[in-house]
Write a protein that binds this ligand. Sequence first.
Ligand code: ATP
Ligand code: MG
Length: 571
Amino acid sequence: MRFSQYLLPTLRETPAEAEVVSHKLMLRAGLIRKAAAGIYTFLPLGYRVVKKIIRIVEEEMDRAGGQEVLMPIVQPAQIWQESGRWDVYGEEMFRLKDRHGRDFCLGPTHEEMITTVVKNEVRSYRDLPLLIYQIQNKYRDEIRPRFGVMRAREFIMKDLYSFDIDEEGMNRSYQLMYDAYTRVFRRCGLKFRAVEADTGAIGGDVSHEFVVLAETGEAVILYCEKCGYAANVEKAEAGLPVPEDAAPGEPEKVSTPGYTTIPEVAAFLSVPPEKLIKTLFYTVNDELVAVLLRGDDEVNEVKLGNHFNAPYYLAGPEDVKERLGLTVGYVGPVGLPSGVKLRILADRRVERMVNAVCGANEEGYHLLNVNPGRDFTVDTYLDLRLARAGDACRHCGETLVETRGIEVGHIFKLGTKYSSALQATFLDERGEEKPMVMGCYGIGVTRIVAAAIEQNFDEDGIKWPLPLAPFQVLVLPVTQEQMAEAEKIYEELTAAGVETLLDDREERAGVKFKDADLIGIPLRITVGPKGLATGEVEVKNRMTGEQWRWPLAEVVAKVREYLEEEGSSFK
Ligand code: ATP
Ligand code: MG
């Protein structure tokens, strides 16, 4: 491709709308242009990257036994009503009506659609398992579309759905997909991790996220370097601390006038925050629930939400005053008012506390030497805290480490949630009717473009991993005088099947070098007066910064050698 004829509008200035580096660089390098919030056009250079990803994804899905289909984007409300998600999906769903007033949506995902297709076509256990996938636009009216194509309202997803006769089959399909995803992201040339994840609204019980590691990522991951345990912070569960070896003391009420927060009380009483019990109140289905945590812990809202399985909110000070007659800041689990229906949940760490400190349920006072079991009872102990770096791994005890990343893939075991709701059944060997056992598996194709940049950039621009690069080689003549030689190299490389971009613009060398760094093509071949005098070109590796001088006659052979060697590390 010749730069002079290519729709590749690079920008010097950073567009004000972009907050994160990948978004800035995608606009500056002429990969995308915005149509509306969270809705983008991929320009030619950007779309080449998208297609590279699509090709890798298709190859690996096919290799795992996937069959590619294309389902409609516009979906009838009826199938969503049958699954029960029409009403719960909420504002994230783009909804529309046809001329007859019938309800439709733009597919945010396709469980309902594929389950309907499969149920109509499959009767017997002999037809299963099936792995069906598509690569297509998805529509989600995100509350905060941001970071360019990273959190868009229209984006490309690969979604695959597995249908099996039983749980064992589903587990096999899940493992196939886990392995296929591992190959996809390795072949994309990305550093990533598979982490245990919360299953969220989609249902099901086991899930993993594939996260591209990048400091700027939204996803927080905790992992263990020793045993390999890794989980999204929403899901992560740490090991329990060893209980303190101390004899329980007698409860004692102490005056703590004006000290209401954990740090204030801890400092005033000269105890570490982990000796305090934090008491929070939540309202769930109009019922009040007390949640106890160690003073140094924070509540994990996802775990709490999963336990409640209903909308809930933190009760404010007025609420607590009105319903319990207590003043926030001095509350605790000992001697809570009787006569008010109150469920008490506590994080597992609370159970192990010895001689703890908590509010005395009397304004201006706290209690010392409080011991769970003896001084108060709890309805349910469960894991409710946010795990954090420094915690012990629950499997091997090693210290957990934190890292950040971008979720690019998510796989779920769904079980029979959708097949039961939509009556997707089959006849087993004995002629018995059974619901199919499903899994679903998504890859954010367009999000990968942004994630690859977040992981690979410097102050000058993008550094494409070779497998995703829009072109493999950029040929850059320093002045018009080297154009003929540059053209020749370009023609030869192109003829040899190398994806090459020739910067044939009548621009100053400085402009061309700046654009070369910005668009980040892996190999830059500079054809300059000095080199040509000795029959050489200068070659720069954008990713590593390495520079070489290659004899003109060997350019094609050297490029091929490089591509083969470098390419083989992504197999
Ligand atoms: P998130 O937690 O980021 O909102 P999700 O759990 O809603 O993601 P899934 O429904 O599992 O995402 O979708 C599968 C994949 O699609 C995600 O792993 C992600 O890579 C991609 N994806 C999801 N939402 C968006 C979006 N708004 N823009 C771009 N890609 C997205
Ligand atoms: Mg989402």
